[in-house]
Design a protein around this ligand. Structure first.
Ligand code: NAG
Ligand code: NAG
Ligand code: NAG
Ligand code: NAG
Ligand code: NAG
Ligand code: NAG
Ligand code: NAG
Ligand code: NAG
Ligand code: NAG
Ligand code: NAG
Ligand code: NAG
Ligand code: NAG
Length: 758
């Protein structure tokens, strides 16, 4: 009888297995921790949003129960258990959640948590180009799990935008050719979406790309929703192909300003006035098509009209009309629409955006809850405090931290743990979120983690103990050598305690800049090169300590995150030593010595550093140019396994896009080196070649006996040509001996770096 009852209960459980809002979290556990798939129980309970309780399961010895008031809180509750009890985590470099102990550690007294803000936000519009441009679903899946576990519930979702936009333009009669001439290449779509650029250099955007990205977006949106997130979806912004005017002679379309020195054909985007009835028509069309494609999953829309483009007029009525018209179009298309915008313009064009203009512009949107402004660079250049909390609109405290995915160490842990709380608790605060708006995700993961964790603590996290626990779960070594923790506490109190107001954001290394005799060192502001810490008491001891730790523990040596960090720290040491080598060369150049030989000798250390760095980076999968290129080229291959076919024309186009973004960023070096990276292949074959070419030139000028003969225009043109040649190459070209994977031993090479360059 009892057996039958159990059977019946089991059968009814199967029959009752209808979809639950928590299926996404359960699936995450199955995906990342299959051995413990049945050991976690999740329950939605009534209560204030975004709260959780983690406890030992009642009646199931060794099981863990997470109760939550939202799906996002459940995954954050799971994360709290995994990190604080399980000692494991998921990283940009991979998931280590499967290293959870076989016997789950018990919780004891239940642990509660709740978010201090309704929104935890992630992404900058440009992250979709600088980091994820070429990602397939596997990489996305890792990042979405990373986000879900950390409690992010508001991610931006730009992928596939062009598919919808094309349908909208076709519907009003634009031809394929007209539309195509407007769209930008796969590595540059963010700035087309922002209205900064139009068109594609190196070839037109293939429809294959548009369709594949649309398919990817369907998967991404669905996964975001399953994980309890509200995707922030695109909308119609007003940027249109110039020839729309021919189809609608009476429409109010203005040609916008030019951006970053691009030729007019690639910038000066046409902007349809939001007060024109055609704007509302296109908005309604866009939103209904999007809703049909992805379902009724979100009412929050990303929409930026003046990112690094100033409005045609500063008249207050004009500005108010622009937002009023735009918002009315959104509401007409979706009665619950909320407008999310990046607040970057208020900082980058601060002189245009006076307080009264900001007030007029935001004032076109009637109610405080109708708009969310991302205070994009809160850790260094907050604007909420000069704009009366964005004149009452909701706003999100965002950490920008880095430009173009540059990799230099930088951060300020105290600021990240204290400033958001101060803003939240300040009088009249309308802050409703915290989030990450990095342009690209490359390294410095610690400073991103701590902000998302701070969003779940109403008191500032203790940065000392935070870093200790972070290191312990990052390396999962048993035992963890004290030197490993010491390495990180050293970094935490030096490079991650940066209070220099002139050198905020990740520090750009001069080795990635086009060589020049002046102007490289000690830059401040955007893309600082001023190193705001003392290398000899920070990066150098950290490298010594990591190497010491690696000698003490075999399990540490085999930790993927440790290997990553060892390479990263040694990389930073070389990057900083390059500045000294460069200063040495410049001293010889400016001296009265007239021998070209002296210049070559002084130039040799620069080239040696670049060779050593390239070899070091080649040991680790996270520092390879070939990965970026392979991710790009994969989209040109269709069919499984041996039946796979690659369209070589398309693959070459994708590779050109991938290379050009990192290097010239534009057909002729318009934003040269903005998105530079320290990756094997790029350092050894591009930066090194550029420096070698330049040193040759310096030597040849020196030989003439007059350094006044140095022609900056001439050498700069030569170096752009080096870039064009590099961009046109195909990776894996046998004649250059390039390989796709890693090579060499990280510990040995990092030790070599220390021996040679300490
Ligand atoms: C954990 O799950 C495994 C199988 O998934 C099961 O054998 C084991 O009994 C579970 N343990 C607990 C404590 O739930
Ligand atoms: C934790 O949350 C539960 C359920 O919301 C509540 O009953 C309990 O009092 C809380 N405990 C603490 C210590 O806050
Ligand atoms: C444009 O406006 C003019 C003058 O108001 C009108 O005659 C014409 O029909 C309009 N054209 C279109 C295409 O709406
Ligand atoms: C492009 O914009 C610039 C100002 O940024 C302006 O001087 C130029 O005339 C514009 N070109 C066109 C074709 O409108
Ligand atoms: C703003 O919109 C109002 C109402 O549509 C209109 O009367 C006014 O002329 C517009 N002002 C500007 C400067 O565009
Ligand atoms: C806003 O805060 C920043 C950083 O604390 C500060 O530098 C700036 O002066 C403040 N601006 C105003 C108007 O208070
Ligand atoms: C808060 O708002 C009140 C009422 O509008 C105002 O009087 C006060 O000055 C504001 N305080 C701050 C610090 O902005
Ligand atoms: C922070 O944590 C460290 C290490 O656990 C501890 O020594 C220190 O007292 C803590 N600081 C504060 C302000 O609690
Ligand atoms: C850069 O700044 C450092 C530290 O302030 C200084 O020692 C060095 O001379 C500066 N170099 C140049 C080229 O300005
Ligand atoms: C290969 O790609 C190019 C560029 O996208 C395209 O024009 C061509 O039609 C493609 N060829 C095949 C066979 O699909
Ligand atoms: C420098 O080089 C440029 C480009 O080749 C050339 O046009 C210019 O005349 C040169 N200047 C001098 C002073 O030689
Ligand atoms: C391969 O490399 C050689 C030597 O650098 C070069 O001449 C050739 O153009 C390259 N081919 C491609 C497709 O990149």
């Amino acid at each position: 009888m009892r057996g039958l009852l159990v059977l019946l209960t089991a059968v009814s459980a199967v029959l009752a297995a209808k979809p639950s809002p928590l299926d996404g979290v359960t699936a995450l556990v199955k995906r990342r921790i299959p051995k413990h798939a049945n050991n976690f129980t999740f329950q939605l309970v009534e209560g204030t949003p975004d709260s959780f309780t983690v406890s030992d399961s009642k009646g199931q010895k060794g099981g863990i129960t997470v109760q939550c008031t939202t799906v996002s809180a459940c995954s954050r509750g799971l994360y709290t258990y995994l990190t604080e009890f399980g000692g494991v985590d998921i990283w940009w470099t991979g998931s280590r959640l499967d290293q959870l102990p076989t016997r789950l550690p018990s919780v004891g007294s239940p642990v509660n948590g709740s978010s201090i803000v309704p929104w935890r936000y992630h992404f900058n519009t440009v992250t979709f180009s600088y980091t994820t441009a070429f990602w397939g679903f596997d990489k996305w899946e890792l990042l979405l799990d990373w986000l879900a576990l950390r409690g992010v519930n508001l991610p931006l979702a730009w992928v596939g935008n062009e598919y919808i936009l094309i349908q909208v333009f076709k519907e009003v009669g634009l031809s394929d050719a007209e539309i195509n001439s407007f769209l930008s290449g796969p590595a540059f779509q963010s700035w087309n979406r922002f209205g900064n650029i139009q068109g594609s250099w190196g070839g037109a955007l293939p429809m294959q790309w548009v369709e594949d990205q649309f398919d990817l977006q369907k998967q991404l949106v669905q996964r975001m929703v399953e994980l309890g997130m509200t995707p922030v979806l695109p909308s119609f912004t007003g940027f249109v192909p110039a020839t729309l005017q021919n189809h609608f002679p009476n429409a109010s379309i203005a040609i916008g300003s030019s951006w970053s020195g691009f030729p007019t054909s690639l910038t000066n985007d046409s902007f349809l006035s939001p007060s024109d009835p055609l704007f509302s028509q296109l908005q309604a069309s866009f939103i209904s098509k999007q809703m049909k494609a992805y379902g009724n999953v979100s009412h929050i829309y990303t929409l930026d009209q003046y990112n690094e483009n100033n409005p045609a007029s500063g008249d207050l009525d004009y500005l108010r009309n622009v937002t009023a018209g735009t918002f009315e179009s959104l509401r007409a298309a979706d009665p619950q629409a909320v407008w999310l915008m990046q607040g970057w313009l208020f900082f980058s064009s601060e002189s245009f955006w006076t307080n009264e203009r900001v007030e007029a512009y935001l004032g076109g949107v009637p109610n405080p809850q109708d708009m969310i402004v991302l205070d994009l660079y809160s850790e260094a250049q907050p604007q909420w405090n000069r704009t009366n909390n964005y004149f009452g609109k909701q706003w999100v405290w965002c950490e920008l931290h880095g430009y173009g995915g540059n990799m230099g160490f930088e951060g300020n842990l105290e600021e990240l743990t204290q400033a958001p709380l101060a803003a939240l608790n300040s009088p009249n605060s309308t802050m409703t979120g915290m989030g990450l708006t990095m342009e690209g995700q490359e390294g410095n993961e610690l400073v991103y983690d701590i902000l998302l964790d701070q969003a779940w603590s109403s008191t500032p996290l203790n940065t000392t103990s935070y870093v200790e626990k972070w290191v312990a779960r990052r390396y999962i070594a048993d035992p963890l050598p004290a030197a490993a923790t010491h390495a990180w506490s050293t970094l935490a109190t030096t490079v991650y305690a940066n209070q220099d107001p002139n050198s905020q954001a990740s520090i750009k290394s001069i080795l990635e800049l086009a060589p020049a005799t002046s102007g490289l060192v000690n830059r401040t502001g955007h893309h600082p090169t001023l190193v705001p810490y003392d290398t000899d008491t920070s990066v150098l001891p950290a490298l010594q300590l990591l190497l010491q730790a690696s000698n003490a523990s075999q399990s540490l040596r085999s930790s993927p995150e440790f290997q990553n960090d060892l390479v990263d720290v040694a990389r930073q040491l070389l990057a900083n030593r390059f500045i000294d080598a460069y200063q040495g060369l410049i001293a010889v150049w400016n001296s009265s010595i007239t021998s070209d030989h002296a210049v070559r000798i002084a130039g040799q250390p620069l080239l040696n550093i670049l060779s050593d760095m390239d070899a070091l980076l080649a040991t680790n999968e996270n520092f390879l140019l070939s990965t970026w290129i392979q991710d790009a080229r994969q989209w040109a291959t269709v069919g499984p396994g041996r039946l796979a076919r690659t369209n070589q024309t398309y693959a070459a186009y994708l590779e050109y896009n991938a290379r050009n973004q990192l290097t010239l960023w534009g057909p002729d070096g318009e934003i040269n080196d903005y998105a530079s990276k320290q990756w094997a292949g790029l350092v050894g074959q591009y930066y090194k070649q550029r420096w070698a070419t330049w040193i040759d030139y310096l030597a040849s000028v020196k030989q003439t006996g007059s350094i006044a003969a140095y022609n900056a225009t001439l050498i700069s043109q030569t170096l752009i040509e080096v870039g064009k040649t590099f961009d046109a190459q195909i990776w894996g070209n046998k004649t250059r001996g390039e390989t796709w994977g890693t090579t060499g031993d990280a510990v040995k090479l990092a030790q070599g770096v220390l021996d040679t360059w300490a």
